[in-house]
Design a protein around this ligand. Sequence first.
Ligand SMILES: [Zn+2]
Length: 239
Amino acid sequence: MQTNKILVCDRGGAPHHWVTWQDGVVLKYKDLLSYEMGDPSVFHGGVSRMTGLQSTVDVGQILFLRETLKYDARIPPLTNQNLFARDLNICGYCGRHFSEAKLSRDHIHPTSTGGLNTWTNTVTACKPCNHMKADLPIGKARDEDGDLMQLLYVPYVPSHAERLILQTRNVLFDQMEYLKQFLPKHSRILQKNAILGLPEAVVPVTEEAQVKKHFYTGKELSAMKHASEIANSKAKRSK
Ligand SMILES: [Zn+2]
């Protein structure tokens, strides 16, 4: 059974929404498309009584409508699933990668002291880190060694294209390549392969080290540098 969704874009090429392949076929045969892109999938229909042949239809992975649609600029809903996907299942405090079941939503500025439940005030945290941070803001919460907890990456509001990617688990290669051009440069989805596609890494030290090596840029990197200085001085102390 075909489970992959088809990406629908408007006349100008703006990615808009996902449809099932059945709906994609309908759009095609109603002549609503200007063109198609991506490896077409072929679907088999019934057998013709007249010819004895089975009918087939094909439809591309990305469809472009003849009309211009109103650009959907709504931001993605802040669900745990979307949040963990934005942060690539990486804890914002210890930098380690976890399965969804081991993650939680942390409010950087706690809701108990007026922090909002928004994309820019939330970050993925593993349950132990979230527990340690408790109801304290950054700058007050301390880890098990008594050091101040550091936020390792900057939270951001995902764009509409990012929303489309977050919405579906099986984005096909051509669809992903197309959607990537609509992602802001800071999108972590763009770094996903570098971060989680570990084969390129030359020396696999630890999963954590690899994640950190590939993950952080700019501001995040200086935050990391600071964190590693703390870790180094801690290591020296313990010698
Ligand atoms: Zn953690």
